[in-house]
Design a protein around this ligand. Structure first.
Ligand SMILES: [Zn+2]
Length: 235
């Protein structure tokens, strides 16, 4: 089996976006390891991980049967991983990570940019559009749910928020709704409204809250899951 020769291991990562290559590389390694060969019987594949801190950054060091050091920033959780040969000292690994600090920071920035580029961004026009959509839907929804739930909010405020879909202050009966709900399916808006109006009876999210929700909107768990899959728009 042909395996890419990266014996000049220090240079490969300077090229652009090598995650794919890394994935191919680790897939190849997995295939080779799983092959019932004499080599794998003689040297069973093992990988041991420990963390070290270099200049305030946590580096995950994975020991493997390799000859060179490999560095990557994992897109999934932005963790920094160095794969290192079994007997290389941690001091050498730390020096390697320190030497490539600029590269690590570049990768982190790239991943952050990529993460936020996927999220839609608010404009004044979109905000007006979302507010209009909410104002058009809320009267009917409120009329229906006030009679079902038996409580009414004193005010409903609409705001673009990045940390929550809605909130309720039971003491003042004030409800805030995320403007983004105006750009979503009406069912999701309805779920958030019912959730917040339920807080007019029950403050927390305990068993009593869930009992109310089960009664009002039996499919609320599915709606919650769907809602939490929506990307949050950038302000
Ligand atoms: Zn709540």
């Amino acid at each position: 089996m042909a395996v890419p020769d990266w014996s000049d291991g220090y240079d490969w990562y300077d090229a652009y976006d090598r995650y794919d290559l890394l994935l191919i590389w680790s897939a190849l390694c997995a295939i080779i390891r799983s092959m019932p060969s004499r080599r794998s019987a003689a040297a069973p594949s093992r990988s041991v991980e420990r963390a070290i801190v270099v200049d305030g950054r946590t580096i995950r060091v994975r020991r493997k049967a390799i000859k060179n050091l490999y560095l990557r920033v994992q897109p999934a959780d932005m963790s920094i991983v160095v794969s290192a040969p079994w007997h290389m000292s941690l001091g050498t690994v730390a020096a390697f990570a320190r030497e490539h600090r600029d590269w690590i920071e570049q990768q982190e920035q790239k991943l952050r940019d990529r993460g936020s580029a996927d999220r839609p961004q608010w404009t004044d026009r979109l905000k007006a559009q979302a507010a209009a959509a909410l104002e058009a839907q809320l009267p009917d929804l409120l009329a229906h749910w006030e009679s079902t739930i038996g409580r009414s909010p004193s005010h409903i405020t609409l705001r673009a928020m990045t940390s929550r879909w809605g909130s309720c202050t039971p003491r003042t009966a004030r409800i805030r709704l995320n403007l983004q709900l105006g750009m979503m399916d009406r069912r999701l808006l309805e779920y958030v409204l019912v959730h917040e109006m339920t807080h007019l009876w029950v403050p927390g999210h305990g068993p009593e809250f869930r009992r109310h929700m089960d009664r009002y909107l039996p499919q609320w768990r599915t709606l919650r899951m769907e809602l939490n899959r929506q990307p949050v728009w950038r302000g």
